[in-house]
Design a protein around this ligand. Structure first.
Ligand code: TRP
Ligand code: ZN
Length: 478
């Protein structure tokens, strides 16, 4: 459900309308065959300079219905490889006149593609599934695309070498796809500018639990030693926030103090350590609602797995913890639900708005818990000497390999604290809530944030943002 995709129609030489992109990634890459100059090929990327092949041009996905059948890796010493078979039913709208369009799909093989119920020609390259719809798709028309696909699952890594995407385990899969890993498990328009609703039907060996976003839509059903889990995620979601994690989980369902239904799934080996801190979730929901406004989704909960790597992801409505779910990380991932999930980055370069807000949220949570105040944490951060490499970093343009580097988190958080001191608490929290209200359900950029901060505070903040997020030096005056 993209809000920002618009395509201008202009008149070509022959007086025929041709689709013209008015922003990167909306493009139709080349005119189609000479017989029908109106139609063109959807671009192979959404136009994000950090990940040129992520997302696609010319389509806006409304809904993904993912029917997955999965068998995890057999016990060691067998290779860590699972088997995934899927049928993805994708409702989309053409945002250009298309004689061809792409979805992202990596490491899995499509065996059939239908559009409007009829088999269509398609090809696959490394990251792209290229579909030739007939009849061609006119701008604004809706189509249902069904992709039957499957393959061996591995443990994919992102450009930094960190595990992500559909990560095969012995007892299931950890499914954590930021920034561009969704293509390792379903055909997808993998960019935050295209948010969609999701539903899932996930069949796994009996005894395993499959946990996705949102809420169960039906009771699990078992036949012939396999159990199918049903999930429905009706809140618009960026693809990187979707999950369908599988494991030997213990389920805990309850309703938090703010009324949000909680579904936690915890690996039995992590029960003691994780559940103590997870019990803080209810209080945290109340705390962050006071700061940022109503919790934006229909449900929440945690998936806690038992992998050896320790990381966490703010998967929408269901944060994922690969091993440890400790208080600070639980607060960080919960705050992301407002900051990152409901309001998502317009381009990956805007990632500091996700990580800075989530980190600053833990500073404020710590203050709430009578530990260091946010001001003390800020002062400690600012005690880093000017020649510390931490400062040699442009927060608002971190480059693909710097997306999750320390300064994106710490300097991002310090930026927000410095802004709070500059514009005052009233304006700062009005800014936070207006940010969520105005851009929630979609995406926003650093420029959007600076603009809103100026609008609400009435101050000229050009120098402030210049010093804090665009200059690779320690801020001294702002
Ligand atoms: N956004 C995560 C956090 O700070 C970090 C992260 C980035 C991540 N990419 C990931 C975690 C992939 C797991 C998998 O909360
Ligand atoms: Zn984070």
């Amino acid at each position: 459900m993209s809000r920002r995709r618009t395509v201008l129609l202009t008149l070509g030489a022959a007086g025929v309308a041709i689709a013209v992109a008015c922003a990167p990634g909306l493009a139709v890459a080349a005119p189609g065959d000479p017989g029908s100059p109106r139609y063109g090929h959807g671009a192979d990327g959404a136009g994000d300079p950090y990940f040129p092949l992520a997302g696609n041009g010319g389509i806006d996905v409304l809904h993904y219905d993912l029917d997955l059948d999965y068998t995890p890796a057999p016990p060691a010493p067998a290779p860590m490889e699972g088997r995934l078979d899927g049928v993805a039913t994708i409702d989309l709208v053409a945002t250009a006149d298309l004689d061809r369009f792409n979805l992202d799909l990596r490491g899995l093989t499509a065996s059939e593609v239908t559009v409007g119920g009829k088999p269509m020609a398609f090809t696959q390259t490394d990251n792209e599934l290229v579909i030739t719809p007939r009849p061609k798709l006119k701008t604004g028309s809706q189509a249902q695309v069904v992709v039957t696909y499957g393959g061996t699952t591995i443990r994919p890594t992102d450009i930094e070498g960190a595990l992500y995407g559909w990560v095969t385990t012995r007892d299931g899969a950890m499914v954590v796809s930021e920034p561009d890993g969704s293509a390792t498990w379903f055909p997808v328009n993998d960019h935050p500018t295209d948010k969609s609703t999701y539903s899932f039907e996930i069949t796994v060996p009996e005894g395993l639990v499959a946990v996705a976003n949102g809420l169960p839509s039906a009771a699990p059903s078992t036949a012939d030693g396999r159990t199918t889990w049903f999930w429905d995620a009706p809140d618009p979601m960026a693809a990187y926030l979707s999950t369908a994690s599988v494991g030997d989980y213990v389920v805990n369902e309850y309703v938090a103090a703010n009324g949000t239904p909680i579904f936690d799934a915890v690996d039995p080996s992590r029960l003691g350590a994780a559940t103590a801190d997870l019990a803080l979730t209810s209080d945290m929901l109340v705390f962050f609602e006071e700061l940022y406004g109503p919790y934006p989704f229909n449900s929440y909960g945690a998936i806690v797995d038992d992998d050896s790597v320790g990381y966490a992801l703010e998967t929408q409505t269901r944060s994922f913890f690969s091993r440890n779910a400790r208080e600070g990380t639980i607060a960080h991932e919960l705050a992301h639900q407002w900051m990152g999930d409901h309001v998502s980055p317009e381009r990956w370069a805007d990632i500091w708005l996700n990580e800075g807000w989530a980190t600053y949220s833990t500073w404020m949570w710590n203050e709430h818990r009578d530990r260091a105040t946010a001001g003390e944490t800020f002062d400690e951060f600012m005690s880093l000497p000017a020649d510390d490499p931490e400062w040699d970093f442009v927060v608002a343009d971190p480059q693909p390999l710097g997306l999750f580097a320390g300064p994106v988190y710490d300097r991002g958080a310090a930026t927000l604290h410095a802004l709070r001191v500059k514009i005052g608490d009233d304006a700062f929290f009005e800014l936070a809530q207006t940010w969520v209200e105005r851009f929630g359900g979609g995406t926003a950029s650093t420029q959007d944030f600076a603009g809103l901060a100026e609008e609400i505070s009435g101050l000229d903040l050009e120098e402030f943002f210049d010093v804090w997020v665009y200059t690779p030096e320690k801020p001294v005056a702002w």
